[in-house]
Design a binder for this molecule. Structure first.
Ligand SMILES: *[C@@H]1O[C@H](CO)[C@@H](O)[C@H](O)[C@H]1NC(C)=O
Ligand SMILES: *[C@@H]1O[C@H](CO)[C@@H](O)[C@H](O)[C@H]1NC(C)=O
Ligand SMILES: *[C@@H]1O[C@H](CO)[C@@H](O)[C@H](O)[C@H]1NC(C)=O
Ligand SMILES: *[C@@H]1O[C@H](CO)[C@@H](O)[C@H](O)[C@H]1NC(C)=O
Ligand SMILES: *[C@@H]1O[C@H](CO)[C@@H](O)[C@H](O)[C@H]1NC(C)=O
Length: 299
């Protein structure tokens, strides 16, 4: 596979200087291409004699791969394209809403097609074996998923809180923080710093980081200031299980929201212990857990 690359924005401003087609992935610069996908040096990588074998959203006729790239750039859904070099101008340009990282089993050698995918940190294979890399095109980031909804790793995590956030387990002792970076959030990550919470203050040692006691289901949630539950998205007023994490994990990473969350500067969010939130049996609860909060921004 060769790796012919070109910059979205560069294409748009200076139509095809030969230098744009260099056989290197390096440093052509970072230019805002203005197609609603955020800046950050978005590139296409060429895979000669490969195809991403999925149903195209649109097939169009273009006379070369460059025009096909333009068509892709103009469609917000377009993450990659197949170009059939056999028959220029004959529906040879297939615009795809999928990418080769999350559908790696469909990325196959092909006699006739070349495949072009938007550059992403996933190209460097940052995920551990067995985990899929999901590109976040807007922020030039990614996250790794072992099974649907179980995020293992990702970048860049932006810290949301200025001061450490502490939440208790009774008497509306939520912890809160104010978002300082506006954008679209895919998921949040709570990193344990200190303390314990419990649903039974006779538990020794005092409960666990996120739940009632060792082995309990997770009881820590994130809400808006208006008390709408943000994470976990499918919260049912009960403690819940989170694949890959337990009551005493050093961090919690929530499954990404099906519809990413738009946040604005100055917006307040809260962290609650489940029973305290629903005013359940909280009279014998106790303790306090302190955390830092990070978010994976899509854009
Ligand atoms: C265009 O493509 C169609 C189907 O892919 C094929 O039947 C037809 O022969 C092609 N025409 C030319 C001029 O290549
Ligand atoms: C947290 O909540 C308290 C009480 O509602 C409020 O006074 C404070 O400004 C909030 N802090 C942040 C960082 O949002
Ligand atoms: C939870 O982890 C802490 C260290 O952060 C440890 O002191 C405590 O014993 C653990 N609790 C349980 C119930 O495993
Ligand atoms: C959770 O509790 C709230 C307030 O008591 C209620 O309005 C809501 O319907 C409950 N949701 C579920 C899924 O039980
Ligand atoms: C535990 O909770 C009970 C019931 O609210 C309370 O009377 C008691 O003082 C608490 N003990 C501690 C150590 O917080």
């Amino acid at each position: 596979m060769s790796s012919l690359v070109f910059v979205k924005g560069f294409l748009f401003c200076h139509v095809f200087m030969p230098a744009v087609f260099s056989f290197s992935k390096s440093a052509i610069g970072s230019i805002d291409h203005g197609f609603g996908k955020h800046d950050g040096g978005t590139l296409f990588i060429e895979h000669v004699h490969y195809v991403l074998d999925v149903e195209p959203e649109i097939s169009v006729s273009t006379y070369d791969k460059i025009m096909c790239a333009f068509k892709c750039l103009h469609q917000s859904f377009c993450l990659s394209f197949n170009y059939d070099a056999r028959s220029p101008g004959n529906n040879s340009c297939e615009l795809l809403s999928k990418n080769k990282y999350t559908l790696s089993e469909r990325f196959q050698p092909s006699q006739f097609f070349n495949h072009y995918s938007l550059m992403s940190p996933c190209e460097n294979g940052p995920c551990k074996k067995g985990a899929k890399c999901n590109p976040l095109y807007g922020s030039n980031g990614y996250y790794c998923e072992r099974s649907p909804g179980s995020i293992e790793q990702g970048s860049p995590w932006i810290k949301l809180n200025k001061n450490v956030v502490c939440f208790g387990a009774k008497n509306d002792a939520f912890g809160n923080f104010t978002v300082t970076s506006h954008g679209t959030i895919l998921t949040m990550r709570l990193v344990y710093i200190s303390g314990f919470v419990t649903c039974n203050n006779r538990t020794v040692p005092y409960g666990s980081h996120w739940a009632c006691k060792k082995g309990s289901r997770i009881a820590t949630i994130v809400t808006s200031a208006a008390k709408n539950v943000i994470f976990p998205e499918d919260y049912k007023n009960k403690s819940y299980s989170l694949v890959g994490y337990h009551a005493n994990s050093s961090e919690l990473v929530f499954p990404p929201r099906s519809k990413p969350l738009k946040v604005t500067n100055g917006e307040e969010y809260q962290i609650w212990y489940n029973e305290d939130f629903v005013n359940g049996e909280e009279f014998n609860n106790g303790g306090q857990t302190c955390v830092n909060v990070y978010a994976l921004y899509e854009s």
